[in-house]
Design a protein around this ligand. Structure first.
Ligand code: NAG
Ligand code: NAG
Ligand code: NAG
Length: 278
């Protein structure tokens, strides 16, 4: 007869346990959600910050060029937003920039931005990759819409020397050193400023002044470039949103296995209490 009350007591304890557990379980879930929130807020800091191209140039012997980029908001943001897709920049040394300054100051703000963006291509090249790439390359200054690869330059390799030329440059600019190389960003120092034919008259040609022609399409070109930047902008932002969602999902998933812990601890405690009572 002693056996009978025990299952009754156990059943009663079980009922009490269930009554206690239901609110506990939902509290645990709520707790899981609450603790997931700060994790989600912290998450965007988790991926390493993308390399800062101007800071790297500045550290690597291209201080003057980096400060020109920093003074051109258009160029600065275009350089930085090119990073995720891969970018190879060619920064002229301080000496090269110094001797070029009179011509640079003569350019419009738009011309300055184009000239700066002319010093990078939207592809990551190791030095080895560069050495096996001869021919024309589009730059960050190249307008996406046009069929002709405007603002292009030509990479030439002679022996171990990588050079970059345009029809407007007296002599090819030579790659002097590697400033930075870590996928997806490479930066090489060059010994001359690269001059696009869109801004400077070709050297060889008798040149019936392309200057007015270069001035004429400027408003359209600027509008196009700005549109391109705006169009580029949602890329990384959308990626962020996607990864944030993934993180949210995974933090939910993480919360699920975490939640039972307090629930079962409570269950054990209540069961123990029930047994003690009996
Ligand atoms: C990169 O560093 C420069 C200073 O060299 C700073 O002015 C700029 O805001 C930084 N850009 C980013 C995107 O962090
Ligand atoms: C600056 O532009 C003016 C007018 O377009 C021109 O006469 C002058 O030679 C230019 N100076 C330099 C250094 O390019
Ligand atoms: C390079 O740019 C020049 C000048 O805009 C253009 O005439 C030429 O077709 C371009 N070359 C390539 C391969 O896109």
């Amino acid at each position: 007869m002693r056996r009978f009350p025990l299952p009754v007591a156990a059943a009663a304890a079980l009922a009490v346990l269930l009554l206690v557990l239901l609110p506990l379980a939902s509290a645990a879930t709520a707790g899981g959600k609450a603790s997931a929130a700060p994790a989600k807020a912290k998450a965007p800091a988790a991926p390493p910050a993308p390399p800062n191209i101007t800071a790297l140039m500045s550290k690597g012997g291209c201080k003057a060029f980096a400060s020109l980029v920093a003074k051109s908001p258009d160029a600065q943001s275009a350089f930085q937003s090119a990073v995720p897709g891969g970018v190879t920049a060619f920064c002229p040394t301080d000496d090269a920039v110094r001797s070029f300054m009179p011509s640079y100051k003569n350019l419009s703000a738009d011309g300055k931005a184009s000239l700066l963006l002319f010093h990078a291509v939207p592809v990551y090249y190791t030095l080895r990759g560069l050495k096996s790439s001869n021919g024309p390359m589009n730059t960050l200054a190249t307008d996406g819409g046009g069929a002709a690869g405007n603002y292009n330059f030509t990479v030439q390799n002679v022996g171990d020397q990588v050079s970059i030329s345009t029809p407007a440059s007296d002599a090819a600019a030579r790659v002097r050193s590697t400033v930075y190389d870590s996928d997806p960003v490479a930066i090489y120092a060059v010994d001359a400023v690269l001059e696009p034919v869109e801004l400077f008259e070709p050297v060889e040609a008798p040149a019936p002044a392309p200057a007015p022609a270069a001035d004429a399409p400027k408003p359209a070109k600027r509008a196009q470039r700005q549109r391109r930047h705006v169009a580029d902008a949602p890329g990384p932002a959308a990626d962020d949103a996607a990864t944030a969602d993934q993180r949210k999902d995974s933090s939910k998933k993480n919360a699920a296995p975490g939640a039972p812990c307090p629930r079962w601890l409570a269950a054990v405690a209540v069961a123990a209490a029930a047994v003690a009572l009996v």
